[in-house]
Design a protein around this ligand. Sequence first.
Ligand code: FAD
Ligand code: N01
Length: 539
Amino acid sequence: MTISQPSASASGTFDVVVVGAGFSGLYLLHRLRRAGFSAVVLEAADDVGGTWYWNRYPGARCDVPSVEYSFSFDDSLEQEWNWTERYAAQPEILKYLEHVAERFDLKRDIRFNTRVEAATYDVDAERWTVQAENGSTLQARFVAMATGCLSTSSIPNLPGLSDFAGPVLHTGRWPHEPQDFTGKRVAVIGTGSSAIQAIPVIAQQAAHLTVFQRTPNFSLPAGNHPLKPEEVEQVKATYPERREYLRRSRSGATYEYATVPALATPEEVRRAEFERRWKIGGANFMHAYTDLVKVREANELAAQFVRDKIAATIRDPETARKLMPTSYPIGTKRICLDTDYYPTYNRDNVSLIDLLEEPLQTITANGVRTSRQEYPADVLICATGFDAMTGSLLAMDIGTTDGQSLRKVWAEGPRNYLGLMVAGFPNLFTVTGPGSPSVLSNMVTSIEQHVDWIVDCVDHLRSKGLATIEASQDAQDAWVDHVREVANTTLYPQAASWYMGANIPGKPRMFLPYIGGVGAYRGKCEEVVAAGYKGFVLK
Ligand code: FAD
Ligand code: N01
C-alpha cells in the first residue's frame, strides 16, 4: 500500500476520510495526523462538538463526572483544563471541545456544512469514494465513521404536528439563539434524560409547563456541585492511575463497583447502602449490588427504593403514582440523573399528563389534544430522543461496487465484529459502533480506545505493506452471538428501550451495545491484535 504524504489534502484524495467532528472525529484527526496519515473530517454542522454542538437545551450537561468525561491522551491538556462542576453543563463541554480543536489546530482539516450522503467502496481500486450533499466527492483508502450514537434526532410522526402555530423544538437540534419562555405555555413531550434535565429549568421560567409522559423513567439525584480547587488538584495529581483504572473498569468511570449481591444482604444494610449512594448522587447507585441488573427480585429492591423516594417527594399522590415506573426493571432503560426533577412537579405551574391513561390524539394549532381534553401551548418541545446507534450510519448509503449495501446487510439489525468493522466492507471503521460498550460506558473512555485501535490498525497495515482489512464472516457471526448471549444474562432486554431499538417504529429489536464491560472488551480487542488481527482478513 502506498500511503500519501500528510500534505496531500487539496486533491480530495486522502488516506483516511473521517465523518463527524465530535469527541471521536477530533481525536481521530489528531491521532491520524500524528501517525503521518493524510486525513480530512467531514462534518454536517458548521462547527465542532457533535452532541455538545447540537444539544443546547436548558439544563443539558453530562452525567459522567467531567474530570473523567474528557480526553486522557494529552497530559498537558488534562492538567491545564479546569472543570468547574462535577457534571459540566453543555456550554462548558462545547468550550472544551473548541479548545481541543484550537489547541491541536484541527479545524484546518475539517470541512463543515458537509453532510455525507454516500460512501462506496471500489473493490478493484480498493478505494472509498465519499459523497456529500454539498457536491463534495472525496477518495480515500479508509473511512472512519465517527458519526455518533445519539446524533440522529427522532421526531415522532405525531398527528397534526405541522398544524402547531408556535415553534416546535427538538432537544437534540436546539436553536443557537437563547430561547426565552417567560410568560409562555410550554409543552414537553417525553420524559427521558433530555426532558428530565430540561424540565426543572424550563419550569422556572415558563408561565406554565405541561409534561406529556408516556413511560415514566427512573431518575436519580445527580448531586451536581461546583468543584473545589482542592478536588480538582487531587484528581490532577492522580490522573495517570485514574485513567488507567477507567480503561480497565466495567463502565469506564469511577464508581464503587459492587462485590456482593443485594439478595444476600440484610435489609437494613441494603437500605442504608442505597441511601448512602442516593445522597452522594450519580449513577453510582446502580452499582450498589452485583445482582441489580441481573436478578429481577434484586432489581425490584432498588426500584422500590426509588419509588419510595418519589412518593416522599411529590405532594400530590396521583402525580407521584404516575411518575413511578413499574413496567420495566430499573436501569434497563438508560438511568437518568437529575437536579430537582421530582420536586418540580410540586410547582403550581407544572402539570403531568399521563399518555397511557389519556392517549395523545393530535397536535392542534394551539396545543396538544389527548383523549380527555386539549392542553394549550405556545411552544412545543419534543424531547423524544434519537434513532440511536444505527440511525446516523444507515442515513448514509454505504455500499460496495460488488453489490454490498449496509442498509441491506443490517436490515434485521446491525451485525459487525467488535463493533469496529462489518464483513463485506473493507477498510470501513465505526467508532463506538453497535456491539461495543459505547453507550453503556463513559463514552470518552470508549472513544479513545476505539480511535487508538483504528489508528494502530491502519498503521499496522502500512508497516506490513498491506492494503486492506476486513472482518471475517465467521468472526462477525460469533461476535454477534456473544453480544446477544451476554445481554441475555441481564435484565436489559426486558425493557422497550432505545438500547433495544424499541423507540423507532419498524426498527429491528435487538440489544445494540455490548454489555460485557469496558475493561473486558478492551482485553478482547488487545487479544485480537496480539493474535495477528484474529478474525480479520488482511491483504
Ligand atoms: P457525536 O458527538 O454525536 O458526533 C457525531 C458528529 O457526526 C456530529 O457532529 C454529527 O453532526 C456528525 N455527523 C453524523 N452524521 C453525519 C454525516 N452523514 N455527515 C457528516 N457529519 C455527520 N455520554 C457519556 O458518556 N456521558 C455523558 O454524560 C453523556 N451525556 C450526553 C448528553 C446528551 C444530551 C446526549 C445526547 C448524549 C450524551 N452522551 C454522554 C453520549 C454522547 O453522544 C457521547 O458521549 C459523545 O459526545 C459522542 O461523541 P462522538 O464524536 O462519537 O459523536
Ligand atoms: O431520549 P429518550 P433522550 N409519544 O429516548 C418519549 C443520552 N442523554 O433524548 O419511553 C410520546 O431517552 C419516550 O417515551 P417512551 C442518554 O444516553 C444523556 O431523553 O418511549 N412520547 C421518552 O420518554 C439518553 O438515554 C443525558 O414511552 C414519546 C422520550 O420521548 C439518550 O441520550 C441527557 C414519543 C425519549 O427519551 C436519549 O435521551 C440527555 C411519542 N410518540 C441525553 N416518542 C445526560 O444526562 C418518544 N417519546 C448525560
